[in-house]
Design a protein around this ligand. Structure first.
Ligand code: AMP
Length: 256
């Protein structure tokens, strides 16, 4: 399954992604995490994006697209992935379309976590204040001013993706303001049914049964030809034939 979680910062994309990872065995591809790792490692990409990230703006499309293109090639992403925080602009979405098309794969769903921005801002400000009070580490962009900037960036550059994916008929919108388990349940409901896994077994079993059935009449025809005497003795003859056949192979007596 290949999914996108779409929603402003603080909408709960990361929380829901973790739940989907646990449930469906997908990998979570968070461009925010990848970029923070690059900043921490002071790599050339990290040095380019550090200031942008700290101000709450969006990093250049070409940089983000190239790290995603590389990441979805990794073996762990072949089975499926959840994109968390990507795409964030229409050019990124178009680049993703091309990437997937080239690999012959498609998106299963884009889940939009719809939230009320004012309520969200209050929620995040409270969370930041609580974390500070507990002395917990904060992200460098975890402050109300930067958050406002990130919301502005979302509205301007990312929100148009709602229409973009609605047009592609893959958009599913859930209420991101509901309690976490309710959001999870709504996402589960919105996802397309899992492809193949539960269906494949009965088909294989069915095929086996069909083969076994197909063999029986053949044996009966074969027996029928050999025992030319009475039609009513066909079953006995068959048993005798089986018995002989097994004895000749294994020396055991056939079970009735
Ligand atoms: P996140 O952890 O997803 O909230 O991302 C943190 C920051 O990383 C964002 O505020 C942006 O500066 C940058 N970032 C993450 N993903 C993208 C993206 N797809 N396009 C541009 N910038 C991104």
């Amino acid at each position: 399954m290949r999914l996108i979680l779409l929603g402003p910062p603080g909408a709960g994309k990361g929380t829901q992604a973790l739940r989907l990872v646990a449930k469906y065995g997908l990998v979570q591809l968070s461009t925010g995490d990848m970029l923070r790792a690059a900043v921490k490692a002071a790599s050339p990409i990290g040095r380019k994006v550090k200031d942008i990230m700290q101000s709450g703006g969006l990093c250049p499309d070409d940089i983000v697209v190239s790290i995603v293109a590389e990441r979805i090639e990794q073996p762990d992403a072949r089975k499926g992935f959840i994109l968390d925080g990507f795409p964030r602009t229409v050019p990124q979405a178009a680049a993703l379309d091309r990437m997937l098309k080239k690999r012959g794969i498609a998106l299963d769903a884009v889940i939009e976590l719809r939230v009320d921005e004012d309520a969200l801002l209050k929620r995040i400000e409270n969370r930041i204040a609580e974390m500070k009070a507990r002395g917990e580490p904060l992200r460098s962009d975890d402050n109300p001013e930067v958050l406002r900037q990130r919301l502005v960036a979302y509205r301007k550059q990312t929100a148009p993706l709602v229409a973009y994916y609605r047009k592609q008929n893959v958009l599913r919108t859930v209420n991101g303001m509901a309690p976490i388990p309710e959001v999870t349940a709504a996402i589960d409901k919105a996802l397309p049914p899992e492809p193949s896994t539960p269906k494949s077994k009965p088909v294989r079993n069915g095929a086996k049964r069909a083969t076994a059935k197909a063999r029986k009449p053949k044996a009966a025809v074969h027996l029928g030809k050999k025992s030319s005497k009475r039609a009513s003795s066909l079953r006995k003859t068959a048993a005798a034939h089986k018995s002989v056949g097994r004895k000749s192979k294994s020396g055991e007596t056939a079970r009735p």
